[in-house]
Design a protein around this ligand. Structure first.
Ligand code: NAD
Length: 488
């Protein structure tokens, strides 16, 4: 029995507090990546569907922006409780439509709940500032206001966490929101909005329109959408950033990644390997914070790599709902084929394939499985080192010292995250000062910031100025009004 209770044969959009069929008649299947079972179909909504949602969001904005911020926060407190009550159910849903393990999904749901927790602080977060006597008898102050109708466009790999980076804080700040979930994992969004409806959110404050690039293009063009939050792959993020900005919208676009983990000879080898295995192969490598290249420094590299391979041989591959599984399926056959192409390219470019995950595929007659794959003697100019593979494929690059390792990281066009394994305070400081990614870890495999800090990728991993979450999130979803007053 599927956990997908909100799905009919074809998903509905949620507009103005009602479940409605899309005007568009085309749809595509949503497939469980482990079993290949069709869970439902997702409508490929049209311009008309987006326009209907924007109209509703615009009408709701007038009242919602005037609703006292403490009342808006109270709805989010109720929502927080409902999400907590449904934690297990939501995790099962994520695992079923995305394929990741139940344990990973449970953690993801918690990350999403933490964003709601953060958003309940809106009364404090939205406070302005003031200064008396900026001139004789004159005071200045500023107030924060919402910006209007905001749209959020999400990727497949975090169906709970990524939308929760966006809509809770946006609506807490008084905006109304149109969410376009990933067409590959659209089910959870309907459950999220159903629970928010149950928490008492007024009609039209959060609308959901399902679909693909057509919906995105209409969002980018729509004159009544004031801002766009996007999370997805690099070429699409850049496209969204350029088009939304050229249409006068405020935009934040989080993009792809290529995350390196430097292993220094003085590190705790056993624990470092456990972190790397989890980071590289958990969620089948489909995390924007996944470790996709290890930079092994110095003379202990050989023993380190031998141990890494040994541990990779022991990890369990399978359906995310089975116990103790680490490597789960890729989202689609297309993703697996792309990963297989990269394995061929790595071999052709001269990297040494020391663990071949293609052998593990033979165990499964269904699902998009690929076992943990490790290449040694990768050089930074190889295509497997340059590109985001988004698969359980790990490259090992050798470096003589920390400086060379940091230089390799900084050559990458991406700048999402990097980790250093060491016990040396001085190495940590050098890493912090010199490495260019915007999110660093020290002895941490997935250094994702919590909701009260900004999720702060650099370079081609982010297009925009203000990041999601933390004070940046509040800045992004509000605008300031200055008032300067003379008192006679
Ligand atoms: P994607 O770019 O394929 O899709 C993201 C969204 O854009 C989806 O809603 C999709 O419908 C839409 N879209 C796709 N192609 C489009 C096009 N040509 N025109 C307009 N819209 C389009 O990304 P994905 O495969 O769903 O997600 C994985 C990617 O997201 C990876 O690159 C990963 O690194 C990135 N990601 C980044 C972060 C971060 O914080 N930087 C977080 C999560 C995921």
């Amino acid at each position: 029995m599927s956990k997908i209770e909100v799905a009919g044969a074809t998903l509905q959009n949620f507009i103005n507090g009602e479940w409605v069929d899309a005007y568009a008649t085309e749809s595509q299947p949503v497939v469980n990546p482990a079993t290949e079972e069709c869970l439902t179909n997702v409508p490929l909504s049209s311009d008309e569907d987006v326009d209907r949602a924007v109209q509703s969001s615009l009408s709701a904005f007038g009242e919602w922006k005037k609703t006292p911020v403490s009342k808006r926060a109270r709805i989010l407190f109720r929502y927080h409780q409902l999400l907590t009550d449904h934690h297990q159910f939501l995790a099962e849903m994520v695992s079923e439509e995305n394929g990741k393990s139940y344990k990973e999904a449970y953690g993801e749901v918690l990350r999403g709940i933490e964003c709601v927790e953060f958003a309940t602080s809106a009364p404090t977060l939205m406070m302005g500032d003031n200064l008396s006597t900026i001139a004789s008898d004159i005071d200045s102050e500023f107030f924060r206001y919402p910006i209007g109708v905001v749209a959020g466009i999400a990727p497949f790999n975090f169906p709970m966490m990524v939308p929760c980076w966006m809509f809770p804080i946006a609506i807490a700040c008084g905006n109304t929101f149109l969410l376009k979930p990933s067409e590959k994992t659209p089910l959870l969004a309907n459950k999220l909005v159903a629970l928010l409806d149950e928490a008492g959110l007024p009609k039209g404050v959060l609308n959901v329109v399902h679909g693909t690039h057509e919906v995105v293009n209409r969002i980018l063009d729509h004159p009544d959408i004031a801002a766009v939050s996007f999370v997805g792959s690099d070429p699409v993020a850049k496209y969204v950033y350029q088009n939304a900005a050229s249409n006068g919208k405020r935009v934040q676009a989080l993009a792809g990644a290529k995350n390196h983990h430097i292993v220094l000879p003085d590190c705790d080898q056993d624990r470092s390997i456990d972190h790397i295995i989890n980071s590289a192969f958990g969620s089948a490598g489909q995390r924007c914070m996944a470790c996709s290249a290890v930079i092994a420094v110095g003379d202990k590299a050989d023993s380190f790599i031998a141990m890494l391979k040994k541990k990779a041989d022991q990890i369990k591959i399978g359906n995310g709902m089975d116990e103790d599984v680490t490597v789960t399926p890729l989202i689609s056959q297309e993703s697996r084929n792309r990963a297989l192409d990269y394995i061929d390219k790595g071999i052709a470019e001269g990297a040494q394939l020391i663990r071949d995950g293609r052998i593990d595929m033979e165990t499964f007659n269904k699902g998009n499985f690929l076992g943990p794959t490790i290449f040694d003697y990768v050089t930074p100019d190889m295509s497997i080192a340059e590109n985001e593979l988004f698969a359980p494929i790990l490259s090992v690059i050798r470096a003589a010292d920390l400086k060379e390792a940091i230089d390799i990281i900084n050559q990458s066009k991406f700048g999402n995250s990097a980790t250093l394994y060491t016990n040396s305070a001085s190495a940590v400081r050098t890493f912090r000062e010199e490495a260019e990614p915007g999110m660093l870890g020290v002895n941490v495999g997935v250094p994702a910031p919590m909701a009260f800090f900004p999720f702060s990728g650099w370079k081609h991993s982010f297009y925009g100025d203000l990041h999601v979450n933390g004070k940046d999130g509040v800045e992004f979803y509000t605008r300031k009004k200055m008032i300067t007053s003379r008192f006679y």
